[in-house]
Write a protein that binds this ligand. Structure first.
Ligand code: DGJ
Length: 303
């Protein structure tokens, strides 16, 4: 798989799983993302909402399309997942208590002023997911997001809020479908989005991008020993190194996942004029103490 390019699934079709996440359940990897497999709306850097796709793989290299696990609503224009709406950055987490999967998404209207979090659930990793609720998390707007499960089993939604000025880490309830009310503000007024979180050797690492629409910018990472102590998040630097490191190799962070103890970053190489053509990269993350390094690699060969 050549990093930066649009990858194909086992049938030869382009993988439509943008802004997504990779999880492992049993022996299988699942990749969820935005299915942008239609033309851009005329003159816009936007596509109609098609659905949230799912791909499965035994090795992170050979991907089989499992269908859209959440389909756009095509009939009810008032639905938060109507095809005229924006539904981005899907993140899926397994809930062991309920033996089901929760899917969180950024829900918006065409001009990104609605800015809410949506949640759907399914008993199977390959869906279908039932749409449950729209959340106005912490009474702030909710845009780019990721979900994170800590070692104690507690789960969190990490999301851009305050009109993208500040990141929030919000604790999820036992069902992973709502909030406990416990939250912290991170990197206040630093205007970060595309968050992805990693816990490694007693330290939390939060990577994020700046807010420049589809245009790439510098990734930055921050560290903390305590997830919910907002003021203690310490912004370190750009972890990228290699050609194009200042603009995150022309990409933007989507999620972090671990395979065999090795953390990886999944990235999107957005093509705003033709979003369905946007490519992907998977790069290994190297950690040494509180130092994080992400080196460019031409290829990702799976595991
Ligand atoms: C950057 C976000 O990270 C993307 O998910 C998308 O919302 C674009 N902005 C839209 O411009």
């Amino acid at each position: 798989m050549k990093n930066g390019e649009l990858w194909t699934d086992n049938s030869g079709a382009s993988i439509q799983a943008h802004g997504g996440c990779v999880i492992k359940y049993g022996k299988t990897w699942y990749w969820y993302g935005e299915n942008k497999g239609v033309d851009n709306l005329p003159g816009k850097n936007q596509v109609p909402f098609v659905g949230i796709s799912c791909y499965s793989s035994p090795n992170l290299r050979d991907w089989q399309f499992e269908g859209n696990v959440l389909e756009a609503n095509k009939t009810d224009s008032g639905s938060p997942i109507h095809t005229s709406r924006v539904c981005e950055r899907p993140k899926v987490i397994y809930n062991p208590k309920n033996k089901n999967f929760a899917l969180w998404i950024h829900l918006d209207n065409e001009d990104y002023t609605f800015a809410r979090a949506g949640v759907a659930v399914s008993g199977s990793p390959t869906g279908p997911f039932e749409f449950l609720a729209v959340h106005h998390a912490n009474r702030t707007d909710c845009r780019d997001m990721t979900v994170f499960q800590d070692t104690d089993g507690r789960a969190y939604l990490v999301h851009s809020g305050d009109w993208n000025k500040t990141l929030y880490i919000s604790q999820l309830n036992d069902d992973f479908t709502g909030f406990t009310g416990l939250f912290t503000k991170v990197l206040v007024d630093q205007e970060r989005e595309a968050p992805a979180l990693l816990h490694h050797n007693d330290l939390y690492y939060l990577v994020s991008s700046g807010c420049t629409g589809w245009k790439p910018n510098s990734m930055l990472y921050a560290v903390n020993t305590q997830l919910l102590c907002g003021a203690r998040w310490k912004l370190i630097d750009n972890p990228c190194s290699g050609p194009g490191y200042r603009q995150t190799f022309g990409a933007q962070s989507a999620c972090i996942f671990c395979a065999g103890g090795q953390p990886y970053l999944l990235l999107d190489h957005w093509d705003p004029k033709n979003l369905r053509q946007s490519g992907y990269s998977i790069l290994p993350i190297h950690i040494n103490g509180d130092y994080m390094e992400i080196l460019w690699r031409d290829c990702f060969e799976g595991i």
